[in-house]
Design a protein around this ligand. Structure first.
Ligand SMILES: Cc1cc2nc3c(=O)[nH]c(=O)nc-3n(C[C@H](O)[C@H](O)[C@H](O)COP(=O)(O)OP(=O)(O)OC[C@H]3O[C@@H](n4cnc5c(N)ncnc54)[C@H](O)[C@@H]3O)c2cc1C
Length: 335
């Protein structure tokens, strides 16, 4: 892949070649990550005739799930189907996609230079980090194998699917009591497994008891499968087996912020993990760098991530317009 200089800010994008088809390595905006956040930004930017390149490693967070829920008008759509449709829409407006992983980012000239795992280089005037987050799962045999199907974290993503079933909540932090109460809305058979969480205080125990949520002390050893491979039970270290159809866990949500850190930024701690701090439009503390979706908002579901991407795309376009207007004024005054 070749590299060329960034476009002249005083000389806006050629409307006949909005995506920079002539040179896929240079962009007005490089979007890193092609999940709901990155794709929504790519649609908004390419509809504004911006040269957009999306680099996507192809591992969206909800890929293990059968369907994406609470996506209005597309309830239960398979996650990869939704993204494929979004990609087609962005491509239809001229966005370019590179199936690759961005590995380094640094400032170059007036913009940024990003290298890719396969060795390519992309230059862009602005950077949008839509890289999502990594779910740090409890290190117990069976958890990873059932993640996204019968090992769950979010009542809005998959709660309805386990309504009325036997649900065990794995306590790894104080948040587990909140999760137990959330899933109690969906089933009368909820058990809180204390595992490694701190002892709940008297008020919390009273609330759990009042809602009929059993509390079981002692560490969990592993999850047990039935003959068909489906989750069957939770095995405690003392040998007790607790039958369960679903296990709720509290992953540590770690935003993928490596590129941001390479550019001099730092992660912001959050009670549930760490993320990139942004303003309401997705602007980070580093000039020219925006972030949207789970990398900036750990709790963002598909539609929220998508909305944040759209907002960031619009703000990026406005920022580029401001730069181009200033350059045009300077040029007009000079000449
Ligand atoms: C099991 C599970 C089920 C869920 N179910 C639902 C649901 O039913 N409804 C709902 O609304 N939400 C659901 N969610 C939440 C949903 O996954 C997120 O809201 C959504 O994925 C956030 O979108 P995003 O664009 O921020 O990140 P992602 O969708 O994770 O996309 C990020 C993309 O960036 C890519 N990437 C990362 N780093 C790089 C890099 N350096 N270079 C290039 N590409 C990179 C990744 O490979 C990925 O393709 C679920 C989450 C999980 C874990």
């Amino acid at each position: 892949m070749s590299t060329t200089e960034s476009p002249d800010p005083a000389n806006p994008t050629d409307p006949t070649d909005p995506a920079g088809v002539a040179d896929a390595a240079t962009a007005d905006v490089l979007v890193v990550g092609g999940g709901p956040a990155g794709l929504s930004a790519a649609v908004a930017l390419s509809r504004s005739l911006r040269r957009v390149i999306v680099v996507d490693a192809g591992h969206p967070r909800n890929a293990p799930a059968d369907g994406a829920h609470n996506v209005l008008g597309q309830e239960g759509v398979p996650p990869l189907e939704l993204l494929a449709a979004g990609r087609r829409e962005a491509e239809g407006y001229g966005a370019r996609f590179l199936d690759d992983r961005a590995v380094t980012a640094r400032r170059a000239d007036d913009g940024f230079q990003v290298t890719l795992a396969t060795g390519g280089v992309v230059r862009a005037r602005r950077l949008l980090l839509a890289t999502g987050l990594a779910d740090g799962l409890p290190d117990l045999p069976g958890v990873r194998e059932h993640w996204g199907r019968s090992v769950l974290h979010c009542p809005y993503c998959h709660g309805w699917e386990v309504r009325g079933r036997r649900i065990a909540v794995l306590g790894t932090g104080p948040h587990a009591t909140h999760q137990a109460q959330m899933f109690r809305q969906l089933s009368e058979d909820v058990t809180l497994l204390r595992h490694t969480m701190p002892a709940p205080d008297e008020d919390t125990l009273e609330q759990l008891s009042a809602r009929g949520i059993a509390v079981v002390d002692g560490p969990v050893a592993r999850l047990l499968d039935g003959e068909d491979g489906a989750l069957r039970a939770v095995l405690l270290e003392d040998g007790t087996e607790l039958p369960a159809d679903a296990v709720v866990v509290g992953p540590r949500f770690v935003a993928r912020a490596e590129l941001y850190e390479q550019l001099g930024g730092s992660r912001t701690d959050h009670p549930l993990g760490s993320h990139i701090a942004v303003d309401a439009q997705g602007r980070t503390g580093i000039d020219g760098v925006w972030a949207a979706g789970n990398t900036a908002d750990l709790a963002a579901m598909v539609t929220v991530a998508s909305a944040a991407g759209l907002m960031a795309g619009a703000a990026l376009n406005a920022d580029l317009i401001a730069e181009e207007t200033a350059a045009a004024v300077r040029a007009a005054r000079a000449g």
